[in-house]
Design a protein around this ligand. Structure first.
Ligand SMILES: [Zn+2]
Length: 451
């Protein structure tokens, strides 16, 4: 079922152009030859740069070395680093780092090795903001967006945003530090799995499965579980779902919680997996969430066992990954629907092995304690202190529907609701079940109290 992943790096010239160059309308042909004679440290080469010319050039002259304090110097550096990934040239990738920063050099060496392990289809660094160092000895700072597209799993490059500290040494720019960008309101989507820890990648027919190397012995388990979860859940998804998913696993909690900048305190202590919508650059359509995000699944391998439990978790997260790109942008799908249906798919997986579900007991207990009000859980505090009961009630709503109308009708209902620009539960229920929302919910509430 598994094959070792063989990186297939097929870069295009366009893929490594920096955003600045694209904005300036630079002809692609100019970049065909990255050139080795543009050594930025060579002061002779920088003297007759375009910046000193009287006439305004139609296109920037990439063969000249711009002054170290200029924006063009940073853009040239960004392009060199992207091209170093393209070329598989470690020395070039490390050349613009301050070689005295041992930790920085080691981290970037690891990043380069990880990118070689992954099926990187394109790599690009784009300048989002820049305060250039004024002179030698002063510090500059750039906000840089790394744009990496993993072949077969990312419809567009995913972004991760970093703060680069930059200085001028011997007349050229050097990077003195790279960290997660924590300024501004935007999620940095960093660190990514590929700049967190050394990785091992495995490919299955329907997934790119990647683990941190200390969990290498779990890679086979995880890959088999992803494939099984895909096969066993497939009938509950629409016909045209993606046929390849990205799944990242680690046994290190701190790394799991840091990935894509989503964790920290936000993930509950028991959270074992998450389907993370990672923003993409260069969106064009903007009609569904899938136009502006890729979904990557992350798993804490220490928080979940192997076998059926791991498969159930993956069925749940892969269902999120299937649903998320189909969701209309701005569609506020209730959490009970998202979590309830994802877990319903997980329960069906357990059932396919003859295993039961713990959710009926969770709900019975909640009813006994007097918590049940006869309604579906509200979005506010869904993941709060009553999270378990909220998940239970949500799953049991879909279980009730499946008993009454069959599992495939349940799937149709859920994906129909997700595709509504402004989800209207009553309209969706009337369309699929020929009954009013109030009547159906009352029947469900009775069923919950009696079961
Ligand atoms: Zn979920």
């Amino acid at each position: 079922m598994r094959t070792e992943w063989r990186p297939r790096i097929a870069f295009t010239v366009a893929a490594v152009i920096s955003a600045g160059a694209v904005a300036a309308g630079v002809g692609l042909g100019l970049l065909a030859d990255p050139g080795t004679d543009r050594e930025p440290g060579n002061p002779a080469a920088s003297a007759p740069s375009a910046a000193t010319s009287e006439s305004v050039p139609v296109t920037p002259d990439f063969t000249a070395s711009p002054p170290a304090g200029s924006v063009q110097a940073l853009d040239a550096l960004l392009l060199r680093r992207a091209q170093a990934i393209t070329a598989g040239d470690l020395d070039a990738f490390l050349a613009d780092l301050d070689q005295g920063q041992d930790d920085l050099v080691a981290e970037q060496r690891m990043l380069f090795a990880n990118l070689a392990e992954l099926p990187v289809g394109s790599a690009e660094f784009a300048r989002r903001d820049y305060r250039a160092p004024a002179a030698a000895g002063s510090e500059g700072r750039a906000l840089v967006e790394a744009r990496i597209r993993l072949d077969g799993v990312d419809p567009a490059p995913t972004v991760a945003r970093y703060r680069w500290d930059i200085a001028i040494e011997d007349g050229r720019l050097v990077i003195t530090d790279i960290g997660v960008n924590e300024t501004g309101a935007e999620n940095p989507y960093a660190p990514t799995p590929w700049d967190s820890a050394p990785l091992t990648a495995v490919r299955t027919p329907h997934a790119l499965v990647v683990v941190t190397t200390e969990s290498e012995d779990r890679a086979g388990d995880l890959a088999d579980a992803v494939e099984s979860a895909y096969q066993r859940s497939r009938d509950l998804w629409p016909a045209d779902v993606p046929d390849r998913f990205a799944v990242f696993g680690t046994s290190r909690r701190a790394i799991f919680e840091a990935w894509y900048g989503t964790g920290g305190g936000a993930l509950g202590t028991g959270t074992a997996g998450q389907a993370v919508p990672v923003a993409t650059c260069c969106a064009t359509e903007r009609r569904t969430l899938g136009d502006i995000t890729s979904t990557h699944v992350i798993v804490d391998l220490d928080e979940v066992g192997s076998g059926i439990e791991l498969e159930r978790l993956l069925a749940h997260e892969l269902t999120h990954a299937v649903a998320q790109p189909r969701t209309v942008l701005g569609n506020r799908l209730p959490r009970w629907a998202e979590e309830g249906f994802a877990e319903f798919v997980g329960v069906q997986l357990r059932r396919s092995y003859g295993a039961g579900s713990r959710w009926p007991e969770v709900v019975r207990d909640y009813v006994r304690r007097g918590g049940f009000t006869g309604t579906l859980p509200a979005d506010a505090d869904f993941y709060g202190s009553d999270a378990e009961a909220n998940y239970g009630l949500s799953v049991q709503f879909f279980e009730f529907l499946a008993q009454r109308y069959g599992p495939s009708k349940v799937s149709e209902f859920y994906f129909g609701l997700a595709a509504m620009p402004d989800p209207d539960l009553d309209v969706a229920i009337q369309a699929d079940f020929k009954i009013s929302e109030n009547r159906l919910l009352a029947d469900w509430a009775d069923w919950v109290r009696e079961s």
